[in-house]
Design a protein around this ligand. Structure first.
Ligand code: DX5
Ligand code: ZN
Length: 221
């Protein structure tokens, strides 16, 4: 069974609590927290994501899947530690050196949180291979990071397939999460390529039946 991590980036302000509650009852597996600093990507969602995490901490026990689209990874790790997330993922492209990647991995692990490493669509998987044995999850962006509601970039599915083959051939235990533009139409192809966690934002939030779309995304034919 594939897991679904619901992006709450586009949850509307007016009935946030109700929406978050409806997502939980639709049996999502994670809340996907899209933290954007206005530097690594144009948008800034920090305050909104901190507010939503406050809510979630008081109304839900579902694990938080924090996706940092930020330059200053260390300080945002600290800002979100307080919510005791299940996963904190940072972008390889935010690092200026291998040492910095290793330092961030260590910081997250020291707090008993699973480590995710994310790559943008144009970043080659060769660039992450050396880190795969050290992380719990690879977050393959299937859109350019920075906003919700975009179309999945088809070439990224091949990247997931190649990554899956590599981790299997090398017996590396790592989750492969796909993020961006995922909906009922393309989910099957993304799962068949090897993703075992699907992030979905607008496909769920814009639907009129959360349970139905979440089950569709999870099902493997
Ligand atoms: C984009 C985010 C994604 C996005 C997913 O930068 O990382 O998580 O919000 O939303 P949809 O499913 O609408 O692309
Ligand atoms: Zn995301």
């Amino acid at each position: 069974m594939v897991e679904v991590s619901a992006s709450i980036l586009n949850v509307k302000g007016e009935n946030t609590i109700q929406t978050l509650y409806n997502l939980e009852t639709a049996k999502i597996d994670y809340f996907h927290i899209d933290v954007m600093d206005g530097q690594f990507v144009k948008n800034n969602t920090v305050d909104k994501m901190l507010e939503y995490c406050e809510y979630l901490n008081s109304i839900s026990n579902l694990p938080l899947d924090v996706h940092l689209m930020v330059k200053d990874v260390s300080s945002y790790i600290n800002s979100f530690l307080v919510f005791d997330p299940n996963i904190i993922t940072f972008h390889l492209e935010a690092a200026e050196s291998k040492e910095q990647v290793l330092k961030w991995i260590k910081t997250i692990k020291e707090n008993n949180i699973r480590v995710g490493l994310s790559v943008k669509p144009d970043t080659k998987i060769e660039e992450v291979k050396e880190f795969l044995p050290l992380v719990h999850l690879i977050l393959v962006m299937t859109v350019e990071p920075g906003k919700g509601g975009q179309k999945l970039i088809p070439k990224t599915i091949e990247k997931i397939r190649a990554l899956k083959k590599y981790v299997e051939d090398n017996q590396i235990e790592v989750d492969i999460e796909a993020d961006g533009g995922i909906d009922a139409e393309n989910a099957e192809e993304v799962k068949q390529a090897g993703a075992n966690i699907l992030v979905s934002g607008s496909a769920i939030i814009n639907s009129d039946n959360y349970n139905e779309i979440v089950q569709k995304l999870k099902k493997i034919n």
